[in-house]
Design a protein around this ligand. Sequence first.
Ligand code: HEM
Ligand SMILES: [Cu+2]
Length: 493
Amino acid sequence: MVTTTNIGEMKSKSNLIATYLIIGGLVIAAMMVFGILMLLAQGGVLDLPPAAFYQFLTIHGTGMIGGAALAASAVMWYFLSNYVELSKKIFQLNLVLSLIGVVMVVIGVFSFKYASAWTFLYPLPALSGGAWGTTGALLYLVGMLILGVGFLLLYIDTGRAIIKKYGSLGKGLGWDVISGKKAEKNAPSPTVVASTMVTIVNVSALTAGATVLIMNIINVVNPAFTFDPLLAKNLTYAFGHIFANSIIYMGVIAVYEILPRYTNRPWKSNRPFLIAWTMSTAFTLVIYTHHMLMDSVMPKWMLIMGQVLSYANGLPVLVITAYGALMIVYKSGIKWDMASGLIFLSMFGWVVGVVPAIVDATIVVNHVMHNTKWVPGHFHMYMGLGAVVMIFGFIYYLSKIDSNLQTNGLDKFGFISYTLGIISVSVGFLISGALSTPRRWATHFPEWMAPAVFGAIGGVLAVVALAIFIIHFIRYTKVRGTTGSDRIEKKLA
Ligand code: HEM
Ligand SMILES: [Cu+2]
């Protein structure tokens, strides 16, 4: 029953969701501009001092991961709150802490020249060779800590709510169904399963991240305090790898929720689905060691494990989701519009982006491709054409079910322009990688320049498209609530 109080509650919930999405979208768009400027500099078109390039690199990496995680957490929160009781206060607090963190990071990078890249690898924050000082490092590190604490609180809350409803996180992953104690038809929904996975991996990631940030902060304040660089690197990549990965696992909830509404077919958690998610939970936690392959002092078994499991990491969930998406759409008479189109595109981007990642995880290839632009090549594909497209699909979905706002030819143009744009950015990187162009170099030899310029043109297409998506969404927030919620399902199928 829809009462006036829960209409008010729904409105304020979707206000908060909209704020998350608009901020996330604007951050991603702004970071794309820095991406384009970096490519133009590498392509020899723009005369950018190397120090500025590294500041751009730092803000781009930090802002993309932060902005996309923020928006993706709104997707997760929106759907998860239909199953469990989440705290709106915590969700608000996370937004406030994120904004404080972002402001500090931006000031640290642009006013105080901080440029360690978003990986802030110890002891770089304290040892800049004069490129930046203590203030810049502290602003950045403390800003990241505040951001991290906000997200940590959010995932502690999702964990609390899941445990309260389902009994334990294991049950949230459906372990009692896997073991046969509970019938498949009573399994937790895909949204709950994915949210449980994200809760587990991100609480671990953020705890590791907070630990190493605090150690770095003490080291910056008092350089006499040092700690084991190998431990620091492990903690840093445990944080960075897992947190960045979790974006796609939050975004995929949009796929699980939106495709069934468009096809009138349920997306059920069956046993293979649950097993795949449990496998990906375990793998995601341990494979950050693929960032340590050059650290010969690491225990060999850890490196081998990292290498082998990296192949397998996202694969179970990817395969089960891609297959599920194809099955649910097949002969369903689905209506293709912006939301369903973007959701389908995101599956394509994810699958295609994983292929060069798997190629790179092969040791013989890794010997050649390691630290070349091949690496940003694959992650721009599955982040740019996969993870964030799930978010864009969600914003078109929301504006469709909750208003009478129509999409038009401009939105379609945006769809095509975005697809071509990100493919060009990624292909530009992959070609650079194949030419053995190193990643993270401000200056390129002339023979490395052409793919960078090509990528920059693709970047412009992508940023124009994203502007169209954001304008559509902002227009929606102005006319929100012009459709009754009871008409929702009819409108889609
Ligand atoms: C218009 C779209 C984009 C352009 C033009 C672009 C451009 C770039 C460039 C030039 C680099 C540095 C490459 C190098 O190592 O030499 C980079 C790195 C990176 N980008 Fe993007 N990017 C775009 C979209 C995205 C998106 C959508 C994400 C994630 C959501 C993302 C995340 C990252 C990350 C994490 C790095 C690594 C930073 C580092 O090495 O520290 N980018 N990007
Ligand atoms: Cu990784």
